[in-house]
Design a protein around this ligand. Structure first.
Ligand code: NAP
Ligand code: ZN
Ligand code: ZN
Length: 347
């Protein structure tokens, strides 16, 4: 065991505060990573506030982790000391069920072992995340981070990057397609960058008129303020694919109306409360409403390599650990450009 420093939330209604806790010794297949940066995902806020239910406390959130390998186990083959490495939302899975065998560990039938607010493979030890100085993870769930990427900007790729890359690839987004990204936050801005890199004609749908200039700089050709119903109606029936990243309940029907025949809107945003979908929004135009959860480990590596090749990182605001609570409040106000990343060398 070794003692590491981090920030934890002690109960759902508490702010995050400094906390020390134990990491396991490096086992034969483990790597130990000294964490450089960890992104703040809106899922951290949902779970720290127990908005989805079932949260366990104390909780060290954080699943957008980039750091340097400081120790490797005797059987580790893919990493060596000094490598830039990443950890995303999962630290293990059963590895033998059909989804695991199909590189879809996020849908493991026994339940993926999530990086925090879950359990280690023993099913008992509670996992603790990346708002901390170091983590020990099995090498098979550790990612290689391309050396040409800025480590702070690369951290959000481990969740926001893969969560947008995976559906964009699954629904075969590419040149000649009109793609909508709803919500320009952490996920949304990565969705814009990746969809544009895939060659799509991207439109951002946002409640924040002030984000237009950024949206265009990030790669969008069009920007629509969603509080203006007329602007939405003018685009009815035009989109091949819409990726909806919004973290709060919203009217999904107004976006379904924007899809062409056989178009799909995929939800990645995970608001705690549901919203009503009219059957007519789907019947007319044979439209589909779908969902997507992060991505498998192999696809996460594919996404990191894609971002390395295209020079894609997240637009980040680096903060000290003492600013985490303020960053949560600003994220909730959609006042983030476009991801807060904690400087974990300062824990
Ligand atoms: P974020 O940075 O807070 O971005 C969410 C964006 O949604 C905001 O920037 C805002 O964009 C828009 N928004 C917020 N409240 C809204 C409201 N009341 N009405 C309309 N639009 C609103 O959050 P994030 O980290 O990108 O995460 C987004 C959601 O995805 C969260 O629910 C998170 O839990 C979920 N998530 C899911 C997965 C998955 O695997 N499916 C993975 C990671 C995160 P504008 O200012 O442009 O309107
Ligand atoms: Zn996340
Ligand atoms: Zn499995």
């Amino acid at each position: 065991m070794s003692i590491v420093k981090g920030y934890a939330v002690a109960a759902a209604n508490q702010p995050l505060a400094p906390w020390t806790f134990e990491r396991r010794e490096v086992g034969p297949k483990d790597v130990r990573i000294e964490i450089l940066y960890c992104g703040i995902c809106h899922s951290d806020i949902h779970q720290a506030r127990d908005e989805w239910g079932g949260s366990s406390f104390p909780m060290v959130p954080g699943h957008e982790i980039v750091g340097r390998v400081s120790k490797v186990g005797s059987q580790v083959t893919r990493f060596k000391t000094g490598d830039l490495a990443g950890v995303g939302c999962m630290v293990d899975s059963c590895r033998s069920c059909s989804p695991c065998q199909s590189h879809l560990e996020q849908f493991c039938e026994k339940g993926a072992h999530f990086t925090y607010n879950g359990t280690e493979k023993d099913g008992v030890t509670v996992t603790q995340g990346g708002y901390s100085s170091a983590i020990v993870v099995n090498e098979d769930f550790t990612l290689k981070v391309p050396a040409n990427l800025d480590p702070a900007g690369a951290a959000p790729l481990l969740c926001a990057g893969i969560t947008t890359y995976s559906p964009l690839k699954h629904w075969k987004v590419g040149p000649g397609q009109k793609v909508g990204i709803v919500g320009l936050g952490g996920l949304g801005h990565m969705g814009v960058k990746i969809a544009a890199a895939l060659g799509a004609d991207v439109t951002v749908f946002s409640t924040s008129a002030a984000k237009e200039k950024d949206a265009r700089r990030l790669g969008a050709r069009n920007f629509v303020v969603t509080t203006n119903p007329e602007a939405l109606q003018a685009l009815a029936g035009q989109f091949h694919f819409i990726l909806n990243t919004v973290s709060a309940p919203q009217d999904l029907n107004q976006f379904l109306a924007l899809l062409r025949i056989d178009g799909t809107m995929t939800l990645v945003g995970a608001p705690p409360k549901g919203t009503e979908v009219s059957a007519f929004s789907l019947i007319f135009g044979r439209r589909s409403l779908a969902g997507s959860l992060i991505g498998g480990i192999a696809e996460t590596q594919e996404m990191l390599d894609f971002c390395g090749k295209h020079g894609i990182t997240s637009d980040v605001e680096v903060i000290a650990p003492g600013q985490i609570n303020e960053a949560y409040e600003r994220t909730l106000r959609s006042d983030v450009r476009y991801r807060f990343v904690i400087d974990c060398s300062r824990f």
